[in-house]
Design a protein around this ligand. Structure first.
Ligand code: ATP
Length: 301
């Protein structure tokens, strides 16, 4: 049995009778970085709002099994940045942090400075949050979410509006937090971006979870491979075995995928021809992550 931090069971949210989130079952392991990936309007924000206690489910349930006690205690261990950060526009980054820290009984000036430093806002000084760029607002939102040292960080598209350098910095920061024991749920509509940090994924489309998959499984599925289409799968398998190909799978009655020795496709082709076996096609398929995402989500239309 996996050590889960959060499990949802048929979690659903209806808006005017229409399901924005439809019987969602998420399994978020303690210590993971879980990427919630879906197109705009797929339901990511709505899921996050419900599990952060900002919206009530229409039906279904969720439980923070990794925490002691009930849901109230769990909510107090969550740091969330959902939609735009709730900032006071007339206050500096420091003063925005100070308000949040007061609510947590934290009066240590150094604590605030450390958090601002961590998100790359160590030098913004007296600039008011209302004058921040979108990226700076996101950074401050993350710093606010970190107040109180949460065990679980919920971040809704946190890299929106960040420049490439900023994206790298936030990514590195999240990995560091995760190494320190924080479980992270992060949403995005770009799988490629999430794949740089996520250990697990939930792919969501039109309110439904289409697939939960680990990063390892995803990378296996998206590896470059040789695809052989043939009416004689058994004979091809014999050729593969005879020529030292060990990492292959028979996908269906007419298709074999070969994952190792991709560079040796010409030799393989020659061996198949020498044995007099007919193939309908043989070639290398380069899978990319976005293609996988599009394929997976289009299956639910
Ligand atoms: P985005 O990245 O665009 O925010 P998302 O995956 O986070 O997309 P949600 O914001 O959760 O998706 O929205 C899911 C669906 O629910 C959308 O069709 C949206 O229009 C609808 N929805 C969300 N909030 C409300 C609301 N308060 N009232 C009515 N409909 C809503």
């Amino acid at each position: 049995m996996e050590d889960y931090l959060l499990v949802t069971e048929n979690l659903s949210k209806l808006y005017k009778g229409v399901a924005a989130v439809d019987k969602v079952n998420l399994h978020i392991k303690k210590g993971c970085i879980y990427g919630l990936i879906g197109k705009n309007g797929a339901g990511k924000t709505t899921i996050m709002k419900m599990i952060a206690g900002m919206a009530s489910p229409s039906s279904g349930s969720f439980s923070y099994v990794g925490f002691n006690g009930g849901t109230d205690e769990a909510f107090s261990r969550i740091g969330a940045l959902i939609e735009s950060p709730a900032l006071q526009p007339n206050l500096t980054a420091y003063d925005n942090m100070k308000i949040k820290c007061l609510a947590y009984g934290i009066g240590d000036k150094e604590y605030i400075n450390q958090k601002l430093e961590l998100v790359g806002l160590g030098k913004v000084g007296k600039k008011k949050a209302g004058k921040f760029s979108l990226g700076m607002k996101q950074r401050l939102g993350i710093a606010l979410a970190l107040v109180g040292e949460p065990d679980f960080l919920i971040l809704d598209e946190p890299i929106n509006g960040l420049d490439p350098q900023g994206i790298v910095e936030i990514r590195e920061m999240l990995v560091k937090l995760n190494e320190g024991g924080v479980t992270i749920l992060i949403s995005s509509h770009i799988l490629e971006e999430l794949s740089k940090i996520a250990t697990d994924y939930g792919i969501i489309n039109q309110g439904k979870i289409v697939e939960e998959i680990t990063n390892e499984e995803l990378m296996t599925k998206c590896r470059d491979k040789i695809q052989i289409k043939t009416k004689d799968v058994a004979q091809i398998v014999t050729i593969l075995d005879a020529n030292g190909f060990v990492d292959y799978s028979v996908s269906d009655a007419n298709t074999i995928f070969v994952f190792d020795k991709i560079n040796e496709i010409s030799t393989l082709n020659m061996e198949i021809a020498k044995a007099g076996i007919l193939v309908d096609s043989i070639g290398v398929i380069a899978s990319d992550l976005e293609e996988y995402f599009l394929k997976t989500t289009s299956m639910t239309k």
